[in-house]
Design a protein around this ligand. Structure first.
Ligand SMILES: [Zn+2]
Length: 89
């Protein structure tokens, strides 16, 4: 069962601070970036970590089996750790 961070305070703070327009996350295990482009566009990386995003621009629902191996992708392609909220690249 994947952890869901949509209501996680840290994710909400990250979204408020950086205000990304695109709903993207990167799996730090398989390296794939997935993007949800509309409300019903569920995308997953496909590896055992199960990084996913959903909701397009309507809501930011994201998660992973191992959240320390998931990064939020900002619009300038920099990465934010979903655990620490800090830039990681
Ligand atoms: Zn993956």
């Amino acid at each position: 069962m994947a952890n869901i961070y949509s209501e996680h305070d840290l994710l909400n703070r990250v979204l408020k601070r950086f205000n990304p327009k695109r709903n993207r996350v990167k799996c730090l295990e398989c390296g794939k970036i997935v993007e949800s482009k509309n409300r019903h566009d569920f995308q997953a990386c496909g590896c055992s970590n199960g990084v996913f995003c959903d909701g397009g621009f309507d809501y930011f629902r994201r998660g992973a089996s191992r959240p320390s191996k998931m990064a939020i992708v900002l619009d300038d392609d920099s990465l934010i750790s979903s655990v620490t909220g800090r830039k990681i690249n």
